[in-house]
Design a protein around this ligand. Structure first.
Ligand SMILES: [Zn+2]
Length: 216
């Protein structure tokens, strides 16, 4: 029965989790922007460390909003992290950094992983029996899937939606990009790092209407 539970939830509940006794799984925590994914990542990592187990944290190299090699949440907590770009051999890099006490590997900004890197994460779970927790956006501002999220949705053992709401109160599942006049932007490169000054999480109805929330 333990194998059907999320290890991080089990740890939160004070369960007697023994990593060697259960089959590891690949988890994908997905959401729109500003739903608190990074906060959950840091909480899960903390839960392991509190029990004397180490974790490996990774975040995307392109993201320099909070300085290099750091995972930072908007509520003010942060932790050091290794970085990945699209060239990194994730399986080799994680294998190289594994020590006896490492009980879990966590990836923030997992939408930026490539298909090959998601397959590497599957190998870390299946061949090394290390749980991998990934956190990312499901869709880009164009309403298209990110490569990493697409394959995580296909291949992860557990899909967990981290929910947030549109200003109208409906669940926000889309990420809208807007200009200085709050007009929605529907063209451009998929990757354009930014925060509240550039993006807003909307429900599907208001995303397709192009209403960025000013009139709600
Ligand atoms: Zn809405």
């Amino acid at each position: 029965m333990i194998g059907t539970l999320n290890e991080s939830v089990l740890l939160c509940a004070g369960g007697k989790y023994q990593p060697s006794q259960i089959m590891a799984k690949l988890y994908f925590y997905y959401s729109a922007m500003n739903a608190g994914k990074t906060t959950r990542l840091l909480q899960s990592s903390f839960n392991y460390k509190e029990r004397g187990m180490d974790t490996l944290l990774y975040t995307f190299k392109f993201d320099n909003r909070f300085g290099d090699a750091k995972v930072a949440s908007r509520i003010g907590i942060s932790a050091k992290a290794f970085t990945f770009d699209n060239e990194l051999d994730v399986f080799d890099d994680v294998s190289m950094r594994l020590q006896k006490r490492v009980a879990c590997v966590l990836f923030d900004e997992a939408q930026f992983l490539t298909k090959k890197q998601v397959l590497d994460l599957c190998r870390i779970v299946d061949e090394l029996n290390i749980p991998v927790l990934t956190y990312g956006l499901r869709t880009d501002f164009l309403g298209e899937p990110f490569e990493g999220s697409q394959y995580l949705l296909l291949l992860a053992d557990e899909l967990i939606e981290v929910k947030t709401i549109c200003r109208c109160g409906r669940k926000a599942i889309m990420n809208a990009k807007f200009d200085a006049n709050k007009k929605i932007i529907r063209t451009g490169e998929q990757i354009d790092i930014g925060g509240n000054e550039k993006y807003v999480a909307l429900c599907r109805k208001h995303y397709f209407e192009g209403n960025t929330g000013e009139d709600l």
